[in-house]
Each structure stands twice: as structure tokens, then as C-alpha cells.
Ligand binder design. Structure first.
Ligand code: AMP
Length: 283
């Protein structure tokens, strides 16, 4: 696997590969890799000729300094996992490389309510930072396809809107959520849960499954109320358990309002904030 830290070195290599007609698949990550990330590498390897994975803990998308500081960084371990997965190129730039002081990387785009609901209500500036880094990385890598996880449902919806507003000819492939054996969605933050909390955290997935069973015959308010109550009972502090339209991300009052119904949840277990979601119904 090639490892590049400098944009110019990466671009020199990628243009030589593009000249050979190779299609580039791109998987942006913040490292602390797990099987969820590796599933994106595998999807990219299936759909592209050359896979580029980036590892960059993007400071501009953290609304919480403590979260940024505690973010698990272990490049040698991540590189080993990527090598074993057959990833071809790793791009691991410094903050200086991505945000040189003399370059205006801010993206001034309007996404309407997409950035304001769900996570947007609780993480001020998070999506602005995410859009900034994804846009910057796409300018650098210029991939044919971009692989992201459904785990971050709202992020994928915003990136989709960004790609079309920027008129980029990049295919967005959204890959399924990879879970632990007991159902907890894999996340870099899971390592911060103690064994008891990690066990209790399976309740998020359980409630999503129950919501899926209930969706056709139970009022949405009741589904949400029961889910929140159960999450609180097992030790969570939910930020939200919402049932939304999968395109607009607007909350639904009745299931008949949409053909594409998704449950999205964010909840704290002690100081660890977890998010998850499930498509409850799609026409
Ligand atoms: P992150 O490093 O957390 O920014 O995540 C990088 C990419 O991996 C994002 O597109 C995430 O949606 C995706 N991802 C994270 N966790 C999972 C998971 N459990 N299953 C599938 N994809 C995931």
C-alpha cells in the first residue's frame, strides 16, 4: 500500500493511474478503523480499480473540543488494517496540508433544513465542517466514486445534496451499517464504553428493530415515547429518537406522510454520544 502525506505526491501518483484509465474509489475516514470502515474499502474495491482511503481527524467538524482531543489516533494500526483489506492508497495529511492558512476552504452553501434537523440541532457547525473537509478532499483526490456509510444517514444525505449542487460527476455509494454481534452499530467511539455500558448499548438497535415492527400499526408519537423511555431505563440520555422522511429528513407525524421512513437516534451513554438509524419502510 502506498502512503502519502503530501497532496502533491498523492496527486502525482493518482494522475499516473488515471492515465492508465483506472477508476478511483474514495473512502474518507477519521481513522480508528473498524469493520464498518473496512466494509467501505471492500465496496470500493468491488466497484473501482483503485481505492484511496483518507485518514484525517477534521478539527472543523468537532463542536466539542474534548471529543476532538479524545479521538482515537493510531495510524500504524489503521495502516495495517487497510493493508490487510487490500486498500491500495492511504492519504494521511496534516491539518496544515488540508487547511493551509493562505487558502480559503470554507464552503458557503445552503442545504435548507437538511443541516438543521436531527444532528444539526445538537452539533452546531458540525455539518459545515464536514462539507468543508469532504469538498476539499474531493478536490484533492478527484475520485469517480465516493463510498460512505449509512451509519451517518444525515451526512450521506447532505453529501448527496452537495455533490449535485457542486455539479460533481461523482457517484455516491452509501453502504449498509456494520454492527457488533449484539447489534450495536460499530463506531470508533464504542471503545470508550466500559463492558457493561457496551452491553447496555445494544438497546439502541433493539428499539430500532421494534420501531420497524411497529411502524405500520402504531402512532409515531407512541413509538418515539416508548423508545425514549426504554433508552433512559437502560442508562442512555437520548438527544432524540426521531422518525423522518428519508429524503427531506423532516419529522413525520403519521407514517402515511411518506413512503421512505427512517428512524434516527442519538443518545449519550455517560459521556459517549452514539448515533444509529434504520430504514423502517421504503417503497
Ligand atoms: P468516520 O471515520 O467515523 O468519519 O467514518 C468514516 C466513514 O465510515 C463514514 O462514511 C461512516 O458513515 C462510515 N462508517 C462508520 N461506522 C460505520 C459502520 N458501523 N458501518 C458502516 N459504515 C460506517
Amino acid at each position: 500500500m502506498y502512503i502519502f502525506k503530501k497532496i502533491t505526491d498523492l496527486q502525482e501518483y493518482l494522475s499516473s493511474q488515471r492515465e492508465k484509465g483506472l477508476k478511483i474509489g474514495f473512502v474518507p475516514t477519521m481513522g480508528a478503523l473498524h469493520k464498518g470502515h473496512i466494509s467501505l474499502i471492500e465496496a470500493s474495491k468491488n466497484g473501482s480499480d483503485l481505492t484511496v482511503c483518507s485518514i484525517f481527524v477534521n478539527p472543523t467538524q468537532f463542536d466539542n473540543a474534548d471529543d476532538l482531543q479524545k479521538y482515537n489516533r493510531n495510524l500504524p494500526k489503521d495502516a495495517e488494517m487497510l493493508g490487510l483489506a487490500g486498500n491500495e492508497v492511504l492519504f494521511a495529511p496534516s491539518v496544515q496540508e488540508i487547511y493551509p492558512p493562505d487558502l480559503d476552504t470554507e464552503i458557503r452553501m445552503e442545504f435548507g433544513s437538511l443541516t438543521k434537523v436531527l444532528e444539526g440541532r445538537f452539533r452546531t457547525g458540525h455539518f459545515e465542517g464536514m462539507v468543508q473537509v469532504v469538498s476539499r478532499l474531493l478536490d484533492i483526490v478527484q475520485p469517480n466514486s465516493l463510498y460512505m456509510g449509512q451509519k451517518d444517514f444525515q451526512q450521506a444525505a447532505i453529501v448527496n445534496a452537495m455533490l449535485s449542487q457542486q455539479k460533481r460527476e461523482i457517484e455516491l455509494v452509501v453502504c449498509p451499517i456494520i454492527r457488533e454481534a449484539h447489534g450495536l452499530a460499530m463506531s470508533s467511539r464504542n471503545t470508550r464504553l466500559d463492558p457493561n455500558d457496551r452491553q447496555a448499548a445494544k438497546a439502541i438497535h433493539e428499539r430500532l428493530l421494534i420501531a420497524k415492527e411497529q411502524i405500520n400499526d402504531t402512532p409515531i408519537d407512541q413509538i418515539k415515547k416508548e423508545a425514549n423511555a426504554h433508552l433512559e431505563k437502560v442508562g442512555f440520555r437520548p438527544d432524540y429518537f426521531e422518525i423522518v422522511d428519508g429524503n427531506s429528513l423532516q419529522s413525520l407525524n403519521q407514517t402515511s406522510e411518506s413512503e421512505y421512513v427512517v428512524a434516527c437516534v442519538a443518545a449519550y451513554m455517560k459521556d459517549v454520544r452514539l448515533i444509529d438509524n434504520m430504514i423502517l419502510r421504503k417503497a
